[in-house]
Ligand binder design. Structure first.
Ligand SMILES: *[C@@H]1O[C@H](CO)[C@@H](O)[C@H](O)[C@H]1NC(C)=O
Ligand SMILES: *[C@@H]1O[C@H](CO)[C@@H](O)[C@H](O)[C@H]1NC(C)=O
Ligand SMILES: *[C@@H]1O[C@H](CO)[C@@H](O)[C@H](O)[C@H]1NC(C)=O
Ligand SMILES: *[C@@H]1O[C@H](CO)[C@@H](O)[C@H](O)[C@H]1NC(C)=O
Ligand SMILES: *[C@@H]1O[C@H](CO)[C@@H](O)[C@H](O)[C@H]1NC(C)=O
Ligand SMILES: *[C@@H]1O[C@H](CO)[C@@H](O)[C@H](O)[C@H]1NC(C)=O
Ligand SMILES: *[C@@H]1O[C@H](CO)[C@@H](O)[C@H](O)[C@H]1NC(C)=O
Ligand SMILES: *[C@@H]1O[C@H](CO)[C@@H](O)[C@H](O)[C@H]1NC(C)=O
Ligand SMILES: *[C@@H]1O[C@H](CO)[C@@H](O)[C@H](O)[C@H]1NC(C)=O
Ligand SMILES: *[C@@H]1O[C@H](CO)[C@@H](O)[C@H](O)[C@H]1NC(C)=O
Ligand SMILES: *[C@@H]1O[C@H](CO)[C@@H](O)[C@H](O)[C@H]1NC(C)=O
Ligand SMILES: *[C@@H]1O[C@H](CO)[C@@H](O)[C@H](O)[C@H]1NC(C)=O
Length: 746
């Protein structure tokens, strides 16, 4: 017995030492293949970078695209390689990364980035190339090939084995420190084990750069480096990001924490790549910078598993970027693109000072619920409020407490009119001149509505309830607000808003619309024979996506009830019933065998929305991982209000209610919620391989009558592509699959 015990201890110590090595290190490297691209990620003490290359096996295009994106200044490079002399379609160009050659590199003047070797199968020519701002790269990829001359690079120097393309930032007179400027470079060179050559012509505009590859096995190797002297960010290693162990006896939490802090879980390493000591970034390659909404929703889902350092990184980043009115920043623009935006805004005197965007109406409402959850409900937030709020901001003047007070008062003032007169005109609408305002931030996303459902039914009351709780706990002190009064206002919003969005369709009309929908959406009528019904009595009832400016509902069934389930207090049985009814097989409900769609226009009397929100639309009948996470987390939270957590495992901490909600006594109803939860997880498990990505679509298989994962970029006319890793999709690390699977690791 004794030796066995000793062996076990020795092994455990060994395993811990090994694992601590991973979790304790800033160094991260991993690879993700998604959407026809190979993505390579690297972070060390020099740089953090994502490199994307069209997969060698991707035959859908002859173009080979290379993207390098660095969180430093949100900078990088985009370039396309084209086969030379491809007059027919037989000349295919294959480019692959040479294993183990990707590493960080430095150049003079504090330039840092990555260097890597590629092997070219045949002659290639450098196509469209953008060096510098990732936002300029996105404009080209997502905006029909938009290029701004102001971002043109110059051919700095070249010979047959070396090419340097240099992008000098727009603003060379105002720098940080003043008088300096920054830039980015794309270097191409020939390593000694290669006999490739460059043939370069310096035209007055873009140079021609050809890569000539003699016949021979590994003759076509080209070394590429992308560097910038924007400041690299300090990363959070897994051990600094995740708690090592639950500080309470929460078994669910203990389960979710396995493999996170020690970095042995692959997704834990991946999400760590997106996190830094002074902000979290939203996703790669397109969003490797601050986004308020993404940070705070991811935070909410992951928070029970996170350290104080990590949580305060997100909260601090949001507070630092608040404006003087108290609105919170949606997206920051930094680096070269900030100069461009400032010039567009006739503010060129600001040089390259960051531009903060305040157009969204949901972001302002996510901070207080996050803070209340942290300081009042989670063990790691206990006793931290005073010290945190006393911090001096670095991006603006004032303490965190002072800045936060502005946000509290701003949100309170915006909630007052509806509390006085609960009509739709007093709801929160989009900001003047903005077609977007919540997470469905495309023009079509809200069905061209003006008052979003999530903002008004879930986020306004939740922000007020959080304010009330923080006032009660004296965390917020320097406001004139009265906790009880704030609670009363929250009650009005909770009680009156859902009804304004309720859509009722009689059962026979609903059936006709479903039958019409499957034809228009090229689906099969047999989908309507699946068991499960969204009809209740003689009607189908659900909550609209949004209200139009005249108060009429946009009759699109959607997944945004997830916000109420996660953020809401006093969620009613009627509301939960709508959630159960929505979690039915698509197109009656939202669930396909490869996940939950975020919109379903089948019942809409406005049939044009079937096209507006189709499977190629960014917020159409497509699947967003974080929405599934929010729904799953929300159902677990609601069930945990009345069921012992050992029966419904959850990593959640909720304020104990003085008594369970009334619906807990209705066993059949509780069972229907559990069944809905189970159906949701079956759908989620159907596309585990996609779970860390941003969004995916479907193709419908007419023979099997099932849905298959489809890449949105190849369906979407404007090329909206999905990020391979997306911060809020990792919310699943904080959620337990009630079927007992560790979904996120699959
Ligand atoms: C980065 O880490 C390496 C070892 O992994 C070390 O040799 C080097 O000095 C470090 N560089 C800096 C700038 O800290
Ligand atoms: C491409 O074709 C042209 C015309 O046939 C030829 O002159 C040129 O050398 C070819 N270039 C390469 C790189 O093969
Ligand atoms: C090459 O393929 C494209 C798209 O598949 C097609 O439109 C084009 O006609 C083809 N060109 C030749 C020369 O076959
Ligand atoms: C590179 O690594 C992959 C798997 O990691 C392997 O399949 C492939 O053969 C390797 N390629 C080379 C050229 O070694
Ligand atoms: C791209 O161009 C097409 C046709 O001109 C237009 O309908 C579409 O809105 C454009 N997309 C973007 C993202 O600008
Ligand atoms: C920028 O480059 C494009 C070609 O990519 C060229 O047409 C344009 O004239 C250039 N503009 C300037 C200002 O150099
Ligand atoms: C290439 O041409 C451009 C524009 O004439 C010029 O600014 C640049 O210095 C030239 N590069 C080299 C290496 O000669
Ligand atoms: C950034 O690098 C460029 C060369 O690429 C150099 O000219 C410039 O002075 C550097 N700026 C700083 C602030 O180091
Ligand atoms: C984690 O905490 C539990 C009790 O909360 C304790 O039994 C266990 O030993 C701890 N594990 C580690 C590795 O510290
Ligand atoms: C750069 O910033 C300076 C200093 O504020 C400003 O005067 C100048 O117009 C800016 N230059 C450009 C090209 O934006
Ligand atoms: C802060 O942002 C809000 C929302 O966009 C705006 O209404 C307000 O005017 C901004 N405040 C300032 C001082 O610019
Ligand atoms: C904040 O700055 C003030 C001076 O402006 C200083 O007195 C105070 O100690 C600072 N607080 C913290 C927490 O650093």
């Amino acid at each position: 017995m004794r030796w066995l015990f000793l062996l076990a201890v020795t092994l455990a110590v060994f395993a811990r030492a090994q694992n601590d090595g991973i979790g304790d290190s800033l160094n991260i490297s991993f690879q993700v293949t998604s959407g026809g691209n190979d993505n390579y990620f690297l972070r060390d003490n020099v740089t953090a970078a994502q490199l994307l290359l069209t997969s060698a096996s991707n035959a859908s295009t002859v173009l080979r695209r290379l993207v390098v994106a660095l969180p430093a200044g949100n900078s990088g490079a985009l370039t396309y390689f084209l086969p030379i002399n491809a007059t027919d379609n037989t000349t295919s160009l294959s480019i692959s990364l040479v294993n183990d050659t990707l590493h960080s590199t430095t150049r003079e003047f504090n330039n840092a980035g990555i260097e890597v070797d590629f092997i070219f199968s045949s002659n290639a020519s450098l196509g469209v190339t953008i060096i510098g701002a990732v936002r300029a790269m996105r404009d080209y990829v997502e905006g029909n090939g938009t290029m701004h001359d102001i971002f043109n690079y110059t051919l700095d120097s070249y010979n047959s084995s070396f090419v340097r393309l240099h992008r000098k930032w727009i603003n060379t007179t105002l720098g940080d420190p003043p008088g300096t400027f920054r830039g980015a470079d794309l270097y191409l060179s020939i390593p000694s084990n290669s006999s490739a050559q460059f043939s370069v012509t310096n035209n007055t505009w873009a140079p021609t750069v050809d890569i000539l590859v003699p016949a021979g096995p590994s003759s076509g190797i080209v070394r590429i480096a992308v560097v910038t002297n924007e400041t690299s960010l300090a990363g959070l290693k897994p051990q600094s990001l995740f708690l090592a162990n639950a500080t309470s006896g929460n078994e669910g939490l203990q389960t979710t924490l396995q493999g996170l802090a020690n970095g042995s879980s692959e997704p834990a390493k991946q999400v760590s790549f997106l996190t830094y000591t002074d902000k979290f970034t939203a996703g790669g390659w397109r969003f490797l910078t601050y986004f308020g909404r993404d940070s705070m929703i991811a935070l909410r889902l992951l928070m029970p598993t996170l350290t104080s350092e990590a949580i305060e990184s997100v909260l601090g980043a949001v507070i630092e970027r608040a404006n003087s009115t108290g609105a919170l920043c949606h997206e920051e623009t930094i680096g070269d693109y900030a100069s461009f935006i400032n010039i567009q805004d006739n503010q060129s005197h600001l040089g390259n000072q960051p531009f903060y965007d305040y157009k969204m109406i949901d972001t302002d409402l996510l901070l207080l619920p996050a803070m209340a959850h942290y300081f009042l409900e989670l063990p790691q937030g206990q006793g931290r409020a005073k010290q945190f709020l006393a911090r001096n901001a670095t991006l603006q003047n004032g303490t965190y407490a002072e800045i936060l007070t502005r946000t509290v008062l701003y949100n309170y003032a915006r909630a007052l009119p509806f509390a006085q007169n609960a009509t739709y005109g007093n709801l929160l609408g989009l900001r003047p001149g903005q077609p977007v305002g919540d997470w469905r931030d495309s023009n079509q996303g809200l069905g061209y509505g003006f008052y979003p459902f999530d903002v008004n039914t879930a986020l306004v009351p939740s922000s007020l309830r959080a304010t009330q709780a923080l006032l009660d706990a004296s965390v917020l002190s320097n406001t004139s607000l009265n906790a009880t009064e704030v609670g009363d206002i929250a009650g009005v919003w909770e009680g009156h808003t859902p009804k304004l969005f309720e859509v009722r369709v009689d059962a026979s009309t609903a059936q006709q619309r479903l039958e019409d929908f499957v034809v228009r959406a090229n689906l099969s009528k047999s989908l309507l024979n699946q068991t499960g019904s969204s009809a209740r009595g003689n009607e189908v009832a659900f909550y609209a996506l949004s209200l139009k400016m005249d108060g009429t509902p946009v009759e699109v069934l959607n997944s945004d009830m997830s916000f109420n389930l996660v953020y809401g207090s006093n969620v009613s049985q009627v509301f939960l019933q709508h959630a159960v009814d929505a979690l039915q097989p698509y197109p009656k409900g939202l669930l396909t065998n490869i996940g939950m769609v975020v919109s379903n226009p089948a019942y809409d009397s406005n049939r044009t929305n079937i096209d507006v929100l189709n499977r190629a639309a960014y917020h159409g009948t497509v699947i967003w991982s974080f929405q599934q996470g929010l729904m799953a987390s929300g159902l677990a939270r609601q069930l945990s209000l009345c069921i012992a957590t050992n029966e419904v495992p959850t990593a959640h901490f909720a304020l104990a209610l003085s008594e369970p909600p009334a619906w807990c006594a209705d066993d059949a109803f509780v069972q229907s919620l559990k069944d809905a939860q189970s159906r949701l997880w079956t759908a989620i498990e159907g596309a585990c391989s996609e779970i860390n990505t941003e969004v995916w679509s479907y193709s419908f298989n007419n023979e099997s009558n099932t849905f298959e994962v489809a890449d949105l970029a190849s369906l979407s006319p404007d090329g909206t592509e999905s990020d391979a890793i997306q911060l809020w999709s990792y919310g699943f690390l904080g959620i337990i699959d009630p079927h007992g699977n560790r979904t996120i690791d699959s």
